[in-house]
Every structure is written in structure tokens, then in C-alpha cells.
Design a protein around this ligand. Structure first.
Ligand SMILES: C[S@@+](CC[C@H](N)C(=O)[O-])C[C@H]1O[C@@H](n2cnc3c(N)ncnc32)[C@H](O)[C@@H]1O
Length: 282
């Protein structure tokens, strides 16, 4: 049980504080399109998110705020980013100011604590958004879905894109087949938190993290769907993709804006995305 791992939050927070500084550095995130006024979204999110003009958007686990700012630059009326890392919230706040995007603001909070951190905003958002590298950091998926349902207005939508849980079974190292495919990492049905020690960073592979130990979770597809259902959200569209937004395995190759894919055949899905709705008048 997550609660019996006394330091999961402290370990993860220390890692994200360190990674945030890295991601702002020369080998970190490319924020040039945001600074130029039209923040890039990766090709999957860009194709699926739809028109955000005039929407009030809540972005959970907003990190540097790049996607939050891109959504604001695409016409959202308001974007509120939530992240538990003070360094990430400070970086996102500074980036929004630098980009001249006052519609985006950032709030320090755990996902689980967001209803208390954003009082008076229950049922106020048209869209809740989260993408790439999110639920694996969260111990309580039913609680996560309840937070999303809490903030959505009736008829509002939740958009999700992240690594496909089946891809998380594999390891970043080349397997023994000599063809550069990943080896095994963790069984798909492993539901306990797992301690992961990885000194490399996904955005800056040359870096060596001092805070390399993290605690993560593998939430399966059925768990995700059950959590949404339990929170009263209706799944409208679910898609599997042969691409993901970071170089999850060293053998992956670039696949268009912001994406990585298999070098040869699409062996298994790398990305999972969906849209869910809170029932009510649209
Ligand atoms: C991979 S990033 C988010 C994805 C974003 N699309 C990106 O690629 O930059 C993960 C973010 O989740 C945040 N995070 C991790 N655990 C959290 C929690 N329990 N509550 C809120 N934020 C959390 C981290 O601080 C980090 O900024």
C-alpha cells in the first residue's frame, strides 16, 4: 500500500525539483514555440484536443507549464495549472509572464489536494487536461478521477494522453534479442508501488540525477476505466497509439512533432489517450 511507503512523496518531490532545473537548462525542454507565441502541442494532443477557444481549463501536473501556456495561446479563456513541485510552479509562472500569457496561472498542490487548494472552483471548468507522465506518480487512481469530476462542470470534458500501461512493462535497456528492443521491467499486473532507481532523465539523457530514486505505480487500462466510471465520468473515445511523447526506450525514433515511435514494426501501443465527459447539459 502506498501509505506504508513513508517517503514516496518526499522521494518523488526531490526528483521533480531536480528535474525541473534540468528541464529549464540547455538540454531541457524546447520552449521556443511558446516564446514565439504559438506553443506547440505534440501531434497526438494537437490532433485530438479540439477547439479550446474560450474554455476554462484545469491542467493537472502541469510541470513547466508548456502545455498550459500552449492551450492558452490557442485561445483558452483561462488555464489553471496544478503541480506539487515548487520549482515547477515557479518556472511555469515565470514562463507565462515571459510569454505574455496572463490567462495561465499555476497553483502549488498535490493532485489529491487540489480541491482544497482551489476553493470555490468546484464544477467551474469546461476541460480538465493531463498529459504524458502523470498517473504513474499517483497512488490513488479512484481519488484522481474524483478530483477531475469535482472540477468539471456538467457537460465538461476530461482529456488524457500518456504512456500506454502495457508499454510500461518493458525496460529502457536493449533486450537480449540483439535487435535493440527493450527487455522486461515490471509485470503488467503489478499493482503495488515500486521503487525505481534511474539516474538518467528522459529529456536530458546526459544528466545524472542526484535524486534518482522514485516511487511509481503501474495503473492498468481497466483500472483507469474503472476509476473514471467510479467518479461518474463517461468514456467517449479511447485510442491506442504506436507513439509516445518522450524517448521511452532508446530504440525509439522521432515520429513527427513531439513524438517517438518504434524503428520498424509497431510492436505494441506506446501511447493511450481518451476523452471522458461529466454527464449533464452540454
Ligand atoms: C512528466 S511531468 C508532467 C507532464 C508534462 N506533460 C510534461 O511532459 O512536462 C510530471 C509532473 O507531475 C508532477 N507531480 C508528480 N507527482 C505529483 C502529485 N502527487 N501531485 C501533483 N503533481 C505531481 C511533477 O512535479 C511533474 O511536474
Amino acid at each position: 500500500m502506498a501509505d506504508r511507503l513513508p517517503d514516496w512523496r518526499a522521494l518523488n518531490l526531490a526528483s521533480w525539483e531536480e528535474r525541473t532545473a534540468l528541464h529549464l537548462g540547455p538540454r531541457g525542454y524546447d520552449l521556443s514555440t511558446h516564446r514565439a507565441g504559438l506553443g506547440r502541442l505534440d501531434a497526438i494532443v494537437a490532433a485530438e484536443l479540439g477547439d479550446v477557444t474560450g474554455l476554462r481549463v484545469l491542467h493537472l501536473q502541469s510541470h513547466l507549464g508548456d502545455d498550459s501556456i500552449a492551450i492558452a495561446q490557442r485561445g483558452a479563456a483561462e488555464v489553471v495549472g496544478v503541480d506539487f513541485s515548487p520549482a515547477a510552479v515557479a518556472a511555469a509562472t515565470a514562463l507565462a509572464a515571459e510569454c505574455g500569457v496572463p490567462q495561465a496561472r499555476f497553483v502549488l498542490s498535490d493532485v489529491a489536494g487540489a480541491p482544497a487548494a482551489l476553493p470555490g472552483l468546484e464544477g467551474q471548468f469546461d476541460l480538465v487536461f493531463t498529459s504524458w507522465g502523470t498517473i504513474g506518480w499517483l497512488p490513488d487512481l479512484p481519488g484522481w478521477a474524483r478530483v477531475i469530476a469535482h472540477f468539471l462542470r456538467p457537460g465538461g470534458a476530461f482529456y488524457f494522453a500518456d504512456a500506454h500501461p502495457s508499454a510500461l512493462v518493458f525496460d529502457d535497456q536493449a533486450g537480449a534479442d540483439g535487435e535493440g528492443r527493450p527487455g522486461w521491467f515490471i509485470p503488467y499486473f503489478h499493482r503495488a508501488p515500486f521503487l525505481f532507481d534511474e539516474p538518467q532523465d528522459y529529456a536530458d539523457p546526459e544528466a545524472r540525477l542526484a535524486n534518482s530514486r522514485t516511487v511509481q505505480w503501474l495503473h492498468g487500462v481497466a483500472d483507469i476505466v474503472a476509476a473514471l466510471h467510479g467518479a461518474g465520468l463517461r468514456l467517449d473515445a479511447l485510442r491506442e497509439h504506436p507513439a509516445v511523447a518522450w524517448q521511452m526506450f532508446r530504440s525509439l525514433v522521432p515520429a513527427g512533432p513531439g513524438l517517438w515511435t518504434w524503428p520498424d514494426k509497431a510492436w505494441l501501443p506506446l501511447g493511450l489517450s481518451f476523452r471522458a465527459t461529466k454527464p449533464g447539459p452540454g
